[in-house]
Design a protein around this ligand. Structure first.
Ligand SMILES: C[S@@+](CC[C@H](N)C(=O)[O-])C[C@H]1O[C@@H](n2cnc3c(N)ncnc32)[C@H](O)[C@@H]1O
Length: 280
């Protein structure tokens, strides 16, 4: 990440969510604030997305991961007593500003300081109110201890906590990923996490590897290179070692089966995954 600059990839992810509202009418993931927080009109967002048909797969992935995470969060609140949400590497995520569980769920947003300051300006310019109990905690995952930052921000370490950590793992070093999962897994009140990761490019088909290279070059060019890839089996072993008892991992085929079944038979097993994991 560039130290003083807001995350450009956060902007890109937000444009995918907005384009999904316009082009697919939020079919997989409905977010009434997705366009507003960008400050762009629907036509401009649609025009840009349609000019890049090769980005359609990423748009679908981003919609699916958000829907999975928010569905698991709701189940955590309803069934397992989750009372706090931490959106890690929040970017322009809007959950905190349209929280349907606000009476039972306190929200903390954690992000790199420059991105968080930019988001607050975007919210202000878009006229989106920040609810009084939403907390913004600036933390650099590569340099600071996450739990120290969260405790200082007022997180109750003894309360059950859900972490939405989407679109962030690839941008961190493997050491920072492990440190973050260690912190989450160690919470005395219990924790649940939704995150996504990618298989190593060498595991992809030649065609998928070429598409991956284009995307990797795009994010590296804006100063946010991909630094981490994981194989499912060792990742699951690490999660188990760190105290996660329930682990669900949806690979591209699993995501397709759930969200666009017509395309499932042609979907690969390797590529982008979404993980839902929780401690006892
Ligand atoms: C691709 S964006 C995803 C944003 C958001 N989660 C979403 O899905 O739209 C990556 C996010 O990770 C954050 N990030 C990357 N490296 C970070 C670090 N070392 N410390 C804190 N945040 C970081 C960026 O600021 C950015 O918000």
């Amino acid at each position: 990440m560039l130290e003083q600059e807001p995350s450009r990839t956060a902007w890109m992810a937000a444009t995918h969510r907005a384009a999904h509202q316009v082009l697919e009418r939020g079919l997989i993931f409905s977010d009434p604030l997705a366009l507003r927080i960008l400050g762009q009109d629907a036509e401009a967002v649609a025009r840009d997305a349609l000019a890049h048909p090769e980005r359609r797969g990423m748009r679908a992935f981003i919609a699916a991961r958000a829907h999975l995470a928010e569905t698991a969060l709701a189940a955590g609140v309803e069934q397992r007593g989750v009372s706090q949400l931490v959106v890690l590497g929040a970017g322009l995520d809007t959950f905190a500003y349209r929280n349907p569980l606000a009476d039972r769920l306190r929200v903390f947003e954690v992000d790199h300081p420059a991105t968080q300051a930019w988001k607050r300006r975007r919210l202000d310019e878009a006229g989106i109110a920040i609810p009084a109990d939403v907390v913004h905690a600036p933390v650099d995952f590569e340099r600071e201890a996450l739990l120290d930052g969260l405790a200082a921000a007022g997180l109750d370490l003894a309360g059950r906590t859900f972490f939405i950590w989407l679109g962030v793992v690839p941008y961190l070093t493997p050491e920072a990923v492990r440190a973050t999962l260690t912190a989450i897994g160690s919470l005395p009140g219990g924790a649940e996490v939704a995150f996504d990761y990618a298989d190593p490019p060498a595991a992809l088909s030649a065609e998928a590897r070429a598409a991956h290279r284009v995307r990797a070059e795009r994010v590296a060019a804006v100063g946010e290179p991909w630094l981490s890839y994981f194989e499912a089996r060792p990742l699951h072993a690490m999660l188990t070692e760190l105290g996660f008892a329930e682990i669900e991992d949806l690979n591209p085929r699993g995501l397709a089966e759930r969200y666009w079944p017509g395309a499932a038979s042609g979907a690969p097993e390797r590529g982008g995954h979404v993980v839902l994991a929780r401690t006892a």
